[in-house]
Design a protein around this ligand. Sequence first.
Ligand code: F6R
Length: 369
Amino acid sequence: EKGGYDYFMLKEIAEQPKAVADTLLGRIDAAGSLSLDEVRIPASVLREVDKVVIVACGTAYHAGMIAKYAIEHWTRIPCETELASEFRYRDPILDQRTLVIAISQSGETMDTLMALRHAREQGARVLAICNTNGSTIPRESDAVLYTHAGPEVAVASTKAFLTQLVACYLVALYLGQVRGTKWGDEIVSVIHELSEIATQVDEVLETMEPVRELARSLAGKNTVLFLGRHVGYPVALEGALKLKELAYMHAEGFAAGELKHGPIALIEEDLPVVVVVPSPRGRSVLHDKIVSNIQEIRARGARTIVIAERGDTAVRPYADHLIEIPPTPVLLQPLVATVPLQVFACELATARGNEVDQPRNLAKSVTVE
Ligand code: F6R
């Protein structure tokens, strides 16, 4: 049932291009616009939405953090993303014009369920993004957009995460399409690029051998740090989470801009630091800033592991290890940038002799608060 792979996690990492394609299937019409009929919230209601709040836990929360950038950019609706376990205890401000998006692979995560119940009690509409048909979270929501990742068996989420991202982009683009924004042209072109993204995920998977080799060489380390900016920041957090849960290593993700506000004190000789670099096209300010961050940490002895777009020559001189990913629109980069981090964590965990599919102390679905 592992389809020839040693672990479910490896199988599920390999299934990502298909999972992504399946999640897009039937949702982009021939004319290149989105039809999300399953989202039974009428367009008239979506046009009135004045705030979006995303609630989720763990890896799904990282998908939600990325969604915030996409939703605010393409729709200009204020959006906040919060850990489901924190959300309801701070008495959040919600009403009929709030759209709450609950993201959950299992559909049974108790904290996320309690957050959505709280939101509905306040009159907010709830849209679930979920991978499990008929589970509790979609049943209790006003609408659901299913991710079509197929069953995810490994405790560490991989293909579900990528499909959660796809679903978040679909919602963001759909909201933009329904409401009409000044980004209309960009929305059309991004929908087109999204429809091709599975091929790029596949390309990344084809080039992972050096990443596995690198991971094995780091098996004796105690700490790995991850840095990112913009949508690369949640990717850094996700890379660190995967490494913690699988390799049982101290791993931390930071916003690169925060370095000088504290974390740079951690940098010492030969400390591995993974940096997710935004495209040098698109918003080049972001790119240039992170290149100087890489220079700063390298000057202090860090071993830099750089994930950058193919053809990004500016980062090369500062990368001790360069992991190239295909070019994508800025906001879609997490779909390709996360994959090497999954492979890295899985291989490192294996090299340390850990049980990859069933990490210690963890359960696939957390049904207690
Ligand atoms: C990490 C992981 C967890 C889940 C979290 C939410 O690899 O799998 O952090 O993402 O427990 O689970 P769902 O998505 O089922 O609500």
